[in-house]
Design a protein around this ligand. Structure first.
Ligand code: UTP
Length: 500
């Protein structure tokens, strides 16, 4: 056991991983040896060397895949569609096309849920988080109910039940708790066979000296390999074959933390399918010119990519405006992608190895030479992550669909603190404002304590709750549709909880 592990580590230049061996119990030795045997020595060596090189650069200059001189170009108008500018007839056509695709079983949704959620800081997967809605629903439940709804809408078109498989990429951190949560909740009423969980790979965290960090005497500090680990995980677990067996041709990929995500958004799918896109991204306009979001851009050679705000010269480029006053680089990436199965197969088979990791400096808890666990105050290690959007560069026909932030994007990233952005409060408010707007648009009236109709207030303010609490179950409406018959012309005392 020791000899095999030692040989791998010697080849990788990491023999120190075994330095606590004499102090480990038999069980700890077995599990450390098993963990080491999972590692490929050449990959580990390259990984640690790349991390050490990144650490040697001045702070803020860690190389990203897109570092270096580059000619960023705005998106050509021909690839961009806009929910705000499209004609109602077009929107309707794309919606119907999307529902047709879903109804025929050609669509799947794929959730990226392998992240550790370190900024939120809860000891369970983010999808299990309850942001404090009146219903108490968690992110996973909201998403599951949106799938139900879209399935129903699609089945109404085709006249037969429609499967909408939900693939969930997890990691060592999130797989077990996510499985138990779904099973405790009866898969939220979805057929269990249509919920497919699989696990992404993990990579060791590396110190600035290029040495693997030990989080315990017998445990390597491992972190998931980034949401771009998706492409290896698809191959590892035969997921693309599973999709093909089910007849799935198009996949909607999204992040767990966006409370407003439209599952298998029929309009987005219809738009991409009609354009013959192999890959597409939903974007929102930036909230302000230097907002720290990734931007979907075009490179000089007509290739698309997301540049992280940390990877571009902000300043002048980010402030640039078109003659009409619009920001020139304004396509904020919201991790909401359309990918055909054919494109995913090409990526998994041909291009995955070309994806370069992004470098992140992190605070990685470690064990000191006396065996004490230390929680560092400053970043002490490097995690290398691939990003899901780095495959845009391989697309032969890329499409961008621009949507309104208040309709589609409010991520839960951070723990609550004064002035913090993207917290449970901002996510809850975004959802409640949206449902309040839907109720008003459908003709509802709200009454105050004296039974007077309250004036409609449609001016969204991120820092305030809407004037009345109104929550609408995704089981009855996924995008504000179908509410007139329930609320039109009716008066309600808040709070209003519309359920099936
Ligand atoms: P983030 O980059 O926000 O990371 O992930 P995170 O892990 O959720 O949070 P922090 O940075 O530790 O605070 C964006 C999306 O990508 C998924 C996350 O679950 C989230 O849906 N993700 C991230 C993965 O699936 N795997 C990863 O290795 C990293």
């Amino acid at each position: 056991m020791l000899a095999a592990a030692a040989a791998i580590l010697a080849e990788a230049g990491q023999p120190e991983v075994l330095r606590f061996w004499p102090r480990l119990s038999e069980g700890e030795r077995r599990s450390l040896a098993a963990a080491v045997e999972q590692l490929d020595p050449a990959e580990l060596r390259d990984h640690c060397r790349a991390a050490a090189r990144a650490a040697a650069l001045p702070p803020g200059h860690e190389p990203g895949p897109h570092s270096g001189p580059q000619t960023l170009q705005p998106l050509p108008p021909g690839v961009v569609g806009s929910a705000a500018r499209a004609q109602p007839a077009e929107l309707n056509r794309w919606r119907e096309r999307g529902l047709q695709e879903i109804g025929e079983g050609r669509v799947a949704v794929l959730l990226l849920a392998g992240g550790q959620g370190t900024r939120l800081g809860v000891p369970y997967p983010k999808g299990m988080y309850d942001v404090g809605l009146p219903s108490g629903k968690t992110l996973y439940q909201i998403q599951a109910e949106r799938i139900h709804r879209v399935r129903t809408l699609a089945a109404e078109r085709t006249g037969r039940p429609c499967p909408l498989p939900w693939y969930i990429m997890t990691s060592e951190f999130t797989l077990g708790p996510t499985q138990s949560f779904f099973s405790q909740h009866g898969y939220f009423g979805l057929p269990q066979a249509d919920v497919v969980m699989f696990e992404q790979r993990m990579l060791p965290a590396v110190g600035f000296d290029g040495k693997v960090i030990m989080e315990g005497m017998g445990r390597i500090a491992m972190a998931p390999d980034g949401n771009g680990g998706l492409y290896r995980a698809l191959t590892d677990h035969g997921i693309l074959d599973d999709m093909e067996r089910r007849g799935v041709c198009e996949v909607h990929v999204y992040c767990v933390d966006n409370i407003l995500v439209k599952m298998a958004d029929p309009v987005f799918i219809g738009f991409c399918v009609e354009r013959g896109a192999d890959c597409g991204a939903k974007v929102v306009g930036k909230a302000y010119p230097t907002e720290p979001v990734g931007l979907v851009v075009c490179r000089g050679d007509g290739i698309y990519q997301v540049v992280e705000y940390s990877e571009v010269e902000v300043g002048a480029t980010m402030q640039r405006r078109n003659p009409d006053g619009q920001l020139t680089f304004n396509a904020g990436n919201i991790c909401n992608h359309f990918l055909t199965v054919a494109f995913l197969k090409a990526v998994a088979g041909e291009f995955e190895a070309q994806l370069k990791p992004h470098v992140a400096l992190k605070k990685v808890p470690y064990v000191d030479e006396d065996g004490n666990c230390v929680k560092p105050e400053k970043p002490n290690g490097i995690k290398m992550e691939k990003f899901v959007f780095d495959v845009f560069q391989f697309s032969k026909n890329f499409a961008v669909w621009e949507v309104l932030r208040e309709d589609e994007f409010s991520p839960l990233k951070n723990a609550e603190s004064v002035g913090a952005k993207d917290t449970a409060s901002t996510a809850r408010r975004a959802l409640l404002w949206q449902h309040y707007r839907w109720a008003l648009q459908a003709g509802a009236h709200f009454l105050d304590h004296s039974n007077n109709r309250m004036p409609a207030c449609t001016q969204l303010r991120e820092t305030d709750d809407p004037p009345v609490v109104c929550e609408i179950s995704p089981l009855i409406s996924s995008a504000g549709e179908g509410l007139e018959e329930r609320v039109k012309g009716r008066e309600f005392h808040p709070p209003l909880l519309l359920t099936e």
